[in-house]
Design a protein around this ligand. Structure first.
Ligand code: KIV
Length: 284
């Protein structure tokens, strides 16, 4: 979905994303936390998610629960600065929206006003329908997130595939219908049995964005650092490594260390040269 008039890039809106349901081509989505990464991804992505995975990926936290609203806003601003075409969505972090729709509204307003992003994402199904409804009725576009909910998980052992039993599948379907009815313009489905994600995709009228879900989803998302091979080997099965950037960094840093230690770096090309001035020593 490339939106360009003449040479001016026009940002993809949440309405454009919603309309994708009727198109054959899936949405291309990735996470971005920094301006430079956003700049690189922008030409290729329809949607950039400033995900609270940044807590683990950038800040080395055990889970996403330590991420604050200020962190999300700062990184949201950076991603907006770095991108011009993609629709930017910012995650609502743990503890900033669950208490009441009013709490969610105050947090979402800060995110929207301070970053200028296209909308927010929050984790939760039917139980969060009233919250989604409140945000949408105040003109705040919302992406819902169902299936595996990382904010409910304290450590890696909690990251489990969702929707294995009939009851769980039924609940996922109810969650999807509830958030759609509440006004979410898209639904992220994370780490579920593929057939239930496919069924949800066929059932709801808004686009589904899969991560470990189904190729039938209306779009796909991955954590950028996972797919680039920066986060290490222990990534979920749904991650495909499109590059092994950690290995390249490792090789580059080893060479740099060797060249510094042997004084091979810096060489003449890296120096600002001119004949040395005759400097007088200051009398002490
Ligand atoms: O926080 C995040 O990066 C996410 C994606 C995994 C969908 O929610």
């Amino acid at each position: 979905m490339h939106k360009k008039t003449d040479d001016t890039a026009i940002r993809i809106t949440t309405n454009d994303i919603r309309a994708v349901k009727t198109l054959a081509e899936p949405l291309v989505c990735l996470t971005a936390y920094t301006a430079r990464i956003a700049q690189i991804l922008d030409a290729h992505c329809d949607l950039l998610l400033v995900g609270d995975t940044m807590g683990m990926v950038l800040y080395g936290m055990d889970n996403t629960r330590g991420v604050t609203l200020d962190m999300m806003i700062n990184h949201g601003k950076a991603v907006m600065r770095g991108s011009e075409k993609a629709c930017v969505i910012v995650d609502m972090p743990f503890g900033t929206y669950e208490s009441s729709p009013e709490q969610a509204l105050a947090s979402a307003r800060r995110i929207m006003e301070e970053t200028g992003c296209g909308g927010v994402k929050l984790e939760g199904g039917a139980a969060f329908a009233p919250t989604i409804q409140t945000l949408v009725s105040h003109d705040i576009p919302v992406v819902a997130h169902i299936g595996l909910l990382p904010q409910s998980v304290e450590d890696a052992s909690g990251f489990k595939v969702q929707g294995k039993s009939n009851d769980d599948q039924q609940q996922l379907l109810e969650d999807a219908k509830a958030v759609e009815e509440a006004g979410a313009f898209a639904i992220v489905i994370e780490a579920t049995i593929d057939s239930v994600a496919a069924l949800i995709t066929r059932t709801v009228s808004v686009p589904t964005i899969g991560i470990g879900a189904s190729p039938e989803c209306d779009g796909q998302i991955l954590v950028t650092e996972d797919m680039l091979g920066i986060t290490g080997d222990h990534v979920p099965k749904f991650v495909k490594h499109y590059a092994q950037i950690s290995e390249d960094i490792e090789k580059a840093v080893a060479l740099y260390a060797q060249e510094v230690r042997t004084r091979a770096f810096p060489d003449i090309k890296n120096l600002y040269t001119q004949p040395a001035a005759r400097l007088k020593e200051k009398a002490s």
